[in-house]
Design a protein around this ligand. Structure first.
Ligand code: 5GP
Length: 203
């Protein structure tokens, strides 16, 4: 798969860092970027909708997608399988837009090894205590699952150096500006421009 027009934005974060809010704000502001809805074997949360938040599938369905080479990347995260559908990504690119992937560091690593393009952004909270508080306030997970996620967060944050950008979400509006700024700046790169005529009229 080759991304000729659109750019690939890959975002990772430990649970509770505010990534979902930040990604929705980015998607809400720019129509030029589309979200690739992942496939997962995780049970839906009370506020989640199948085909909007994820495609919720059985382990058998997930494994069959894997065998049929339908996934661009995949990983087992906090005990469940998650994967990006090649078809979903292609569908977004066909509309001429950029793609936003919200995936864990293992998935991001697979993409980095596979593709020679992509913009990688890591989001974290200012402290482990902050992550813990946000997870508790979110009330989406049982205590047991929350503890698994917090333990995994310690490992995930060690990978920040593999990303092009790091956002520390101390305050949501500031972090939103930072994410939007990265998106805008990536579109201003000189290597996006094939010839001077693309950007200005020359006599
Ligand atoms: P959650 O269960 O909180 O929605 O997501 C748990 C973790 O799975 C998050 O780190 C999220 O980024 C990651 N994740 C979601 N979709 C995918 C995917 O398609 N591939 C990979 N590798 N990770 C994913």
């Amino acid at each position: 798969m080759r991304f000729t027009k659109g750019k690939l934005f890959v975002v990772s974060a430990p649970s509770g860092a505010g990534k979902t809010t930040l990604c929705s704000r980015l998607l809400g502001r720019f129509e030029t970027i589309g979200y690739s809805i992942s496939y997962t074997t995780r049970t839906p949360r009370h506020d989640e909708t199948d085909t909007e938040d994820y495609y919720f599938v059985s382990e058998e369905e997930f494994k069959s997608m894997l065998e049929n080479d339908e996934l661009l990347e995949w990983a087992c995260v906090h005990g469940n399988y998650y994967g990006t559908s090649k078809k979903r990504v292609e569908e977004i690119l066909e509309t001429g837009r950029d793609v936003l992937l919200d995936i864990d560091p293992k998935g991001a690593r697979q993409l980095r090894e596979k593709l020679d393009y992509g913009i990688y952004i890591f989001i974290t909270a200012p402290s482990m205590e902050d992550l813990r508080k946000r997870l508790i306030n979110r009330r989406t997970e049982s205590e047991e699952i929350m503890n698994v996620r917090l333990t995994n967060a310690r490992e995930e944050i060690m990978h920040y150096g593999e990303y092009d950008y790091v956002i520390v979400n101390r305050e949501i509006n500031k972090a939103t500006n930072e994410l939007e700024s990265i998106y805008i700046a990536e579109h201003l790169r000189s290597d996006n421009i094939k010839s001077l005529e693309d950007i200005m009229e020359v006599d």
